[in-house]
Design a binder for this molecule. Structure first.
Ligand code: COA
Length: 329
């Protein structure tokens, strides 16, 4: 086994200031209750971007913190891989706006779209660039302003999501620490279970689109739930097999933070007890591709991850896409 090739040397996060609790939905006329949301999802509150906060500004806050912790200056970054489902503009990529804000003048910067699994996809791409010698230092970011694409009249989806960003700096691995295994999969035949029908090139914006609200996220909740449980379980198995480890060897499981029940099912399948599972969905809701990155950053900051620990990360999202990774810190 050639791995580990690359490792995470610094992380950061950027959250909007404003917090919206489950009780705040009543103020905007949404018929829901704290009890319904908590029971079904585990979410109590989410951060919402306001007053000019954007996908780029949250990404920049996360990136600056990650670079500072990694001891890396903007001029040392060879590539920026930014995962988002909510680019600030459709052209050019949000990654180049981030590059400009950071002053990372030497970097190649581009976006990737793999929805909630995007951060793990992006880290895997960064690992590949380091492996081939294309880059030495890569900044990976997951940043999402989900509040801009959810339908605030649809109570079945608007209560689930939140805004935020997480970032990581990757460099060549040292001392057998770093990415031990990685796994990525997609199934485009199921795309219509979680998607935005309009607003892209196929069905561009027009009055009809705005009237029927088809530029907002549509989701078949129950179907998505079933696929998420199945795919996250499979992804855990694949990453553990790739690292030649079992759930018993895992010190911390960081699953995508979409729903507490999906998290519990994933942990059970992977044979990881809940005291070894990182959960912050109660505070942030589903921040799509930022979710794993934010959780990773918090876990490093608060000492849940310490040197020598094996960490399993796993995510699932629109596409469908799903991915996993075992990292040794
Ligand atoms: N508050 C109160 N009631 C709500 C509600 C809300 N926010 N949203 C939906 N309901 C109602 C529905 O209208 C429905 O009422 P009805 O039976 O009178 O028609 C009832 O609750 C059940 O709806 P349903 O969609 O079947 O609920 P559910 O038990 O499947 O839970 C989700 C809905 C969305 C919480 C659940 O399907 C889920 O978590 N899915 C996965 C979503 C996800 O994580 N997506 C992102 C993956 S990356």
């Amino acid at each position: 086994m050639k791995r580990p090739i690359a490792s995470i040397v610094g992380t950061g996060r950027g959250l909007p200031e404003a917090v919206m609790t489950n009780f705040d939905f009543a103020k905007i006329g949404i018929e829901t209750t704290d009890e319904w949301i908590t029971e079904r999802t585990g979410i109590k509150q989410r951060h919402i971007a306001r007053n000019g906060e954007s996908t780029t500004s949250m990404a920049a806050a996360a990136a600056r913190q990650a670079m500072q912790r990694a001891g890396v200056s903007a001029g040392e970054i060879d590539a920026i891989v930014l995962s988002t489902a909510t680019p600030d503009r459709l052209l050019p990529a949000t990654a180049v706006d981030l590059q400009a804000q950071l002053g990372a003048t030497r970097a190649a910067a581009f976006d990737i779209g793999a929805a909630c699994a995007g951060f793990i996809f992006a880290v895997t791409i960064a690992e590949g660039m380091i492996a081939t010698g294309t880059a030495e230092t890569v900044l990976v970011v997951g940043s999402e302003k989900m509040s801009s694409i959810i339908d605030w009249q649809d109570r079945a989806t608007c209560v689930l999501f939140g805004d935020g960003a997480g970032a990581a700096v990757l460099r060549r691995a040292k001392h057998q620490r770093g990415i031990l295994s990685a796994y990525m999969r997609s199934d485009g035949t199921l795309a219509n279970l979680l998607y935005r029908p309009s607003g892209g090139a196929c069905q561009p914006f027009c009055e009809d689109v705005l009237t029927d609200r088809s530029h907002f996220v549509k989701m078949a909740g129950r179907e998505v739930f079933k696929h998420a449980v199945r795919s996250m379980a499979d992804a855990c198995d694949r990453a553990l097999d790739g690292a030649k480890l079992t759930g018993k060897d895992i010190d911390l499981l960081i699953p995508h933070q979409a729903n507490l029940r999906i998290i519990e099912a994933t942990a059970k399948h992977a044979s990881v007890s809940m005291d070894k599972v990182y959960v912050n969905v109660d505070r942030y809701g589903n921040t799509s591709s930022a979710s794993v990155a934010i959780a990773l950053d918090e876990a490093l900051e608060n000492g849940r991850i310490r040197e020598g620990m094996n960490v399993l990360v796993v995510a699932f999202g629109a596409g469908f896409t799903w991915a996993s990774m075992v990292l040794r810190f």
